[in-house]
Design a protein around this ligand. Structure first.
Ligand SMILES: CC(C)(COP(=O)(O)OP(=O)(O)OC[C@H]1O[C@@H](n2cnc3c(N)ncnc32)[C@H](O)[C@@H]1OP(=O)(O)O)[C@@H](O)C(=O)NCCC(=O)NCCS
Length: 245
């Protein structure tokens, strides 16, 4: 069974509003996905897209030609037990929490880092881009529940733009569920516009897909907007989109 470093319930109760500084969530970087990441990407996909079927075969996707998968990562860090939980019921025994925390660290963190089949860093989300003709098509973008609303989705979006530019793509395009307001808000922030509808596109609930596309990304107006978004994002979160070779 796959081991996870994050305890969602604990972090979620600690930061119920999900709005915070980078010190709460850690500073994320980006890098290319590697084969060793595949099982963690599957876990994140199940977290972000609970109704998706069939699941993505990430091993195959990562090595797909004319495609790129980027992950947002940070260092592993110590488990944090919030004060509010320490003071509840039997949890008033601080020693209990210390022992639990220590055991979990041993079980979850150390083993993972020593395993050769596990990523060297903590992956918070991923984006997959296919290059189709002169378009960059975002096939999937997903962020762990535990680090949502912390700028990770935007970091991945900025990386997707970086990759699209590198490949000389004219625009980015994607499909999104009609009911997915969060994702649509992210895409609109980055200048995507609704350009069409695929009726009953999603198999699980026959939901429509909205097709969204950017204006030409090499236009001066768009480049200025993207630059400003990237600067605001860096100032707000401190996340670092690496220059990817
Ligand atoms: C969509 C998703 C990738 C956003 O990731 P995230 O890391 O939480 O997003 P960020 O913190 O970077 O937010 C960036 C912008 O997205 C929009 N946004 C993100 N979550 C939102 C929400 N719940 N409600 C409204 N807007 C939201 C906002 O415009 C936000 O900018 P702001 O902080 O200035 O308001 C994430 O919610 C997710 O993984 N969802 C499940 C999978 C999914 O739906 N993927 C898209 C499939 S097409």
């Amino acid at each position: 069974m796959l081991k996870e470093t994050h305890l969602p319930g604990i972090a979620d109760r600690a930061h119920p509003t999900r709005v915070g500084t980078d010190s709460e969530f850690g500073v994320f970087h980006t890098r290319h996905a590697e084969e060793v990441d595949a099982s963690v990407l599957s876990v994140i996909e199940r977290d972000a897209f609970p109704s998706q079927w069939p699941p993505t075969r990430f091993i195959k996707e990562i090595s797909r030609r004319r495609a790129v998968y980027i992950v947002a990562t940070r260092d592993y860090r110590e488990l944090e037990i919030p004060e509010s939980l320490k003071n509840q019921g039997h949890a008033s025994d601080a020693g209990f929490w210390n022992r639990l925390s220590s055991s979990l660290r041993q079980l979850l963190l150390i083993d993972e880092r020593e395993s050769t089949a596990y990523p060297r860093d903590y992956i918070g989300g991923f984006v997959g881009v296919w290059y189709i003709a002169d378009e960059a098509h975002i096939v999937s973008i997903g962020v762990r529940e535990s680090v949502k609303r912390a700028g990770v989705g935007e970091l991945l979006m900025l990386s997707a733009f970086q990759q699209a530019r590198k490949h000389g793509c004219k625009e980015l395009t994607l499909e999104v569920r009609a009911s997915n307001g969060a994702a649509q808000a992210l895409y609109r922030k980055y200048g995507f516009q609704n350009v069409g509808l695929r009726k009953k596109y999603y198999i699980d609930n026959a939901e429509d897909a909205i097709i969204m596309t950017t204006p030409p990304i090499s236009s001066v107006e768009y480049a200025v907007m993207l630059d400003s978004l990237a600067r605001n994002h860096a100032e707000r979160w401190g996340h670092l989109p690496e220059p990817i070779p």
